[in-house]
Design a protein around this ligand. Structure first.
Ligand code: PEP
Ligand code: MG
Length: 533
């Protein structure tokens, strides 16, 4: 076979060369059979769900803590009656258990898989796993076993399958679909398994047994690599190993400039699940919690659900500062039933604080949960997409009202500092008009608005340069205002995780960065000037 190069998205760094193993699509495992009496069909489905829960609990009881959290999340999803409601409705209309379950779950998997938000797309793998597990149990089939040490090719990979593989033997994962923020990608990164997602359906047509090379940093899979590709890979492998060894030595230490000046390095988080994989000692706190993770379900999260999630995050941080951003729905992150779907240009539409002010009932539930959780740690609240001082003043007024209500009811609460994201150029240009307790620069949005190039259009990615002088000047302006007024300024966009951009951010005066957890070591090494040359 001639060399075949496929390009997807990087999900877990590292290089691997091994034989491919193509995993068959398990979602069609359901053997259709005529329906019996609805009560018996319902009983079969109930039993299969219970057996699937027992299976997952068995795997969870033998798993590490990080993996256990993910499996328990799946158990909770499977135990939620809302998930199976539609299937039982089909059964009572005369459907068979497998067909009803498959149809109901297919719809939900599709909804998640087609969501615009990456976070919700990533959850579709969990749902597909639950669908296939129950279908397999209903059909009485056993699971296809995956040989160790191979480059595993699949449409998508559920976390429970990942955990059943002995990764000590090496190799990697190549997915036709998938997402870099899926649970399985988190696990792959935590265990150092190279992974590429979004390779497209063609990858499923490559025969098992072919040799292939995967580059988890560049997002490529080369099937039947030729001599030149192998030689280039050896050079890259040596480079990666060297850089990773440097990053590892910096991972747990305090970040310092070559002159010894301290720099805060915090992490970004999309919820408590992914934190359980991490040691809090590697960071100075959490600079950004994207609270959108709570809004992925069919219904809006109630105050208790939010309170519990915020407390879990604060407990993980153990007294380190935690900045939780209020809901930033809208733009490329629609929330069903909440965001407006008739806007021609959602990035310039009713997103972030604009939506929260439009839906004060939803906003106040979140603020109440945050103020109650604030007694359990060092919590700060941050408002996204603030463009006018009025946005901040109205946000503050809602916070004051929530606090007055909690006080009147004699409920335990604390009043967290209230900061703003600086991601709309109007805020950065006239930063002295914004009387916030702290500022965090959202370089992703700031760059897209300054460069007039939507962040989700891949063809415009050359414009998405946070090191452009126009963007850097707004960053420097915000830092200057913070210094002048004694308020903290940090940066939590993706630019902070890019070791090539970090020197520019430091030159602009920043001394606090919030980065993706997987880049902490590299960023600290870049701050120390250890990656030069
Ligand atoms: C940003 O805009 O840089 C940011 C951190 O927020 P998000 O990527 O969630 O819009
Ligand atoms: Mg943003």
């Amino acid at each position: 076979m001639a060399e075949l190069r496929l390009t997807g998205r990087p999900a877990s760094p590292g290089l691997a060369l091994s034989r491919l193993f193509v995993l068959a699509d398990a979602s069609r495992a359901a053997a259709s059979r005529p329906a019996e009496d609805p009560e018996r069909e319902a009983e079969r489905l109930r039993k299969a769900i219970a057996d699937a829960i027992a299976e997952l609990e068995r795997v969870a009881s033998q798993a590490d803590e990080d993996a256990r959290d993910i499996l328990e999340f799946q158990v909770a999803m499977l135990g939620d009656e809302a998930l199976s409601e539609a299937a039982f409705a089909v059964i009572s209309d005369g459907g068979d258990a497998a067909g009803a379950w498959q149809a109901a779950l297919d719809t939900q998997v599709d909804e998640y898989a087609n969501a615009e938000d990456e976070y919700f797309r990533a959850r579709s793998a969990d749902l597909a796993d639950l669908r296939d597990r129950v279908l397999r149990i209903l059909s009485g089939a056993t699971q296809q076993s995956i040989p160790a040490g191979t480059v595993l090719v699949a449409l998508d990979l559920p976390p429970s399958r990942f955990l059943g593989i002995d990764w000590k033997a090496g190799a990697a994962i190549a997915l036709a679909g998938g997402s870099p923020t899926s649970h399985v990608a988190l696990l792959a990164r935590a265990r150092g398994v190279p992974m590429v997602v979004g390779l497209g359906a063609d990858v499923m047509r490559v025969p098992s047994g072919q040799e292939a090379m995967i580059d988890g940093e560049r997002g490529t899979l080369v099937v039947a690599p030729g001599e030149a590709t192998r030689a280039a890979a050896q050079v890259r492998e040596a480079e990666i190993r060297k850089r990773q060894a440097i990053a590892d030595t910096f991972q747990r230490g305090k970040a310092k400039l070559p002159n010894g000046e301290a720099v805060m390095v915090m992490i970004n988080a999309a919820g408590p699940d992914e934190l359980s994989l991490l040691d809090p000692a590697i960071c100075d706190g959490i600079g950004l919690v994207r609270s959108e993770f709570l809004f992925s379900g069919a219904t809006l999260p109630d105050e208790e659900t939010q309170y519990r999630a915020y407390v879990r995050i604060l407990e993980w941080a153990g007294g380190r500062p935690v900045t939780i951003r209020t809901l930033d729905a809208g733009g490329d992150k629609p929330v069903k039933g909440l965001t407006l779907d008739d806007e021609g240009n959602p990035f310039l539409g009713t997103r972030g604080i604009r939506l929260s002010l439009l839906k004060p009932d939803v906003f106040r539930v979140q603020l109440r949960a945050l103020c109650r959780a604030a007694v359990r740690g060092n919590l700060k609240i941050m408002l996204p997409m603030v463009a006018t001082p009025r946005d901040l003043a109205q946000g503050r007024a809602h916070l004051a009202a929530v606090i007055a209500d909690l006080a009147a009811r004699k409920m335990p609460y604390a009043e967290p500092p209230l900061g703003i994201m600086v991601e709309v150029p109007a805020a950065a240009i006239a930063i002295d008009r914004f009387d916030a307790d702290f500022y965090s620069i959202g370089s992703n949005d700031l760059t897209q608005y300054v460069m007039a190039a939507a962040r989700d259009i891949a063809a415009l990615s050359d414009y998405a340069d946070a090191a452009d002088p126009a963007v850097l000047s707004l960053i420097a302006r915000t830092v200057e205002h913070g210094k002048h007024t004694g308020r903290e300024v940090s940066l939590c966009g993706d630019a902070a995780s890019d070791p090539a951009i970090v020197p520019h951010l430091l030159d602009a005066g920043l001394r606090s960065l919030s980065v993706s957890a997987s880049s902490v070591g590299l960023v600290k090494a870049a701050i120390a000037g250890a990656l030069v040359g």
